[in-house]
Design a binder for this molecule. Structure first.
Ligand code: BGC
Length: 506
């Protein structure tokens, strides 16, 4: 997914969007803190985008048991059916940014809702294995598109002061969507419904997304990028409810657009900045190579090894995985601005490392004999992921890039995240049957070790750092103090009329 921008630290510490202080000649907003009904509605739509993303990736976990039996699939065919949504997501993420620029965020999200809805109905009616894979790819295009456009829409649609909160909401909504999909799998299985109903029911939130978006206007930033400054102003006023704040926000959009106009994404390959790209892409790949989605997508299978139950009970196990994942994400959201990104990443990977080694060992010793311990190890692994690597990757992938190159950096990272996700999901069952679960989980453990080394040596702490200093940080020997001195010098040279603290592109 395209990384949502997360600027709450910066907003709190520096009193504005990403370290941006309104200039003296700009009007000051007076209704800080007011949440308008419009913002609540936007937040609700954002949640629907995240929910669909989570639901459509998680639902396959319980559904596969039934379609594998119906279509008599081999494990390779099963892997392809499970991973089809990820191929679609790669395509959706790739075209999503451009489509959202050309059509507008609003229209593209309506199209996404229609793709989700059509995909849900068609998947439910799929007459053959080939059709199932094709329609899951279609749903995936919706997932990839929503992963780019929903965070983009919500962060651009509202004033800076509520932006960080909406980003959190989107992340929580993804884990909530996964939880809902597990619940639906469990519930439908218990009343005799099978995979068709599990996939088909996603048409309801899909329709709500398309219809809901119809009643919202596009983002001020998109209107501005097309030169419609009056509409940009009106759209911002609608969300803000305050004329002074609206003027400050529209000025920020003007500054950001000016700054972006001269930038070329290939600059990310320049010395210094290429390290930022390495951190974004490296974390994107490693977040998947620690094996999280082998549990999220294949939970009933992995938990089935514990012998604690047949399909019904391991669906219950998967549901518990979903609850633990969702609740831990709430805790992570509360911790990330206090503890910082690096400590959370390290704690998270040390915990996963221990639990992956333990899971592999329990498989070697006899998963049936140690069934309960296996379930506990898997749950502690999920907790370790959700407390850090899950949400922190998405935050970091927006914070490590300079404002003018953020969109390019974020989408590149998102693309590699979906690609790595696909690679792991499409090989997991083959690995389990080929080299066995023990070595499979130990390979993931090795990637947790690599992540710990990668984090210690390369990943910067971005907590409380103004975004204006990010570029100087990378090009000045990765030293925040030097970056701060350089930024202060630049401000002095440019004088009070120059607005050097450019806002985030959101
Ligand atoms: C990952 C997804 C994963 C989810 C689980 C996200 O951060 O990018 O691939 O399914 O966490 O909660």
């Amino acid at each position: 997914m395209a990384a949502p921008t997360h600027d709450s630290d910066f907003e709190r510490e520096y009193g504005g969007e990403s370290g941006h202080q309104p200039r003296q000649d700009q009007p000051q907003a007076s209704n800080q803190g007011q949440i308008t009904g419009y913002i609540v509605f936007v937040a609700f739509i954002a949640a629907l985008g995240g929910l669909l993303f989570g639901y459509d990736t998680g639902v396959v976990s319980g559904a596969q048991h039934y379609f594998v039996a119906d279509f008599h699939l081999t494990s390779t065919q099963q892997e392809i059916a499970v991973s089809a949504v990820l191929i679609g997501a790669l395509i959706g993420a790739l075209i999503g940014g451009k489509a959202a620029d050309v059509l507008g965020r609003k229209v593209f999200l309506i199209v996404t809702g229609i793709i989700f809805g059509a995909g849900a109905i068609l998947t439910a009616l799929a007459p053959s294995y080939g059709a199932l894979v094709a329609f899951r790819i279609l749903v995936g295009i919706g997932v990839g598109g929503a992963s780019v456009a929903a965070p983009m829409y919500t962060t651009e649609r509202v004033p800076a002061r509520v932006r960080g909160q909406l980003v959190f909401l989107f992340q929580l909504a993804i884990t909530f969507g996964i939880l809902v999909s597990y619940f639906v799998d469990l519930w439908f299985a218990s009343i005799g419904f099978s995979w068709r109903a599990m996939f088909g029911v996603a048409v309801i939130p899909a329709a709500a997304l398309a219809i809901g978006m119809f009643f919202l206007s596009d983002t001020p930033r998109w209107y501005a990028s097309k030169g419609h400054w009056d509409r940009a102003h009106d759209a911002m006023l609608q969300a803000s409810g305050n004329e002074a704040e609206t003027q400050v926000e529209v000025q920020r959009i003007r500054n950001t657009l000016e700054q972006e106009s001269g930038s070329n994404p290939l600059e990310l390959l320049r010395p210094g900045l290429r390290l930022a790209l390495l951190v974004g892409v490296g974390l994107a790949i490693l977040q998947q190579f620690v094996g999280i989605n082998t549990i999220i997508y294949y939970a009933p299978i992995v938990l089935g090894y514990s012998g604690i139950g047949q399909a019904g009970n391991s669906l219950l196990g998967a549901f518990i995985v979903g609850i633990v994942n969702f609740l831990t994400t709430i805790v992570a959201v509360l911790l990330v601005d206090r503890i910082g990104r690096r400590p959370l990443l390290l704690i998270s990977n040390i915990g996963m490392l221990a639990m992956l080694v333990a899971t592999g060992a329990l498989f070697a010793l006899g998963p049936h004999k140690y069934g309960l311990l296996l379930v506990i190890a898997v749950l502690l692994y999920i907790i370790s992921f959700a407390i850090g690597f899950g949400p922190v990757f998405w935050l970091m992938s927006s914070e490590v890039f300079p404002t003018r190159l953020r969109a390019a950096g974020e989408s590149t990272s998102a693309f590699f995240n979906w690609g790595a996700n696909f690679l792991v999901s499409v090989t997991f069952l083959t690995l389990i049957t080929g080299i066995g679960p023990t070595f499979t989980f130990w390979i993931f453990a090795a990637f947790a070790v690599i992540t710990i080394i990668f984090t210690t040596t390369l990943v910067p702490e971005t907590k409380n750092k103004p975004l204006e200093q990010v570029e100087v940080f990378w090009t000045n020997g990765r030293d925040w103090d030097a970056a701060e001195r350089a930024a202060a010098g630049k401000r002095r040279n440019e004088g009070p009329q120059q607005d050097t603290t450019q806002p985030a592109a959101s």
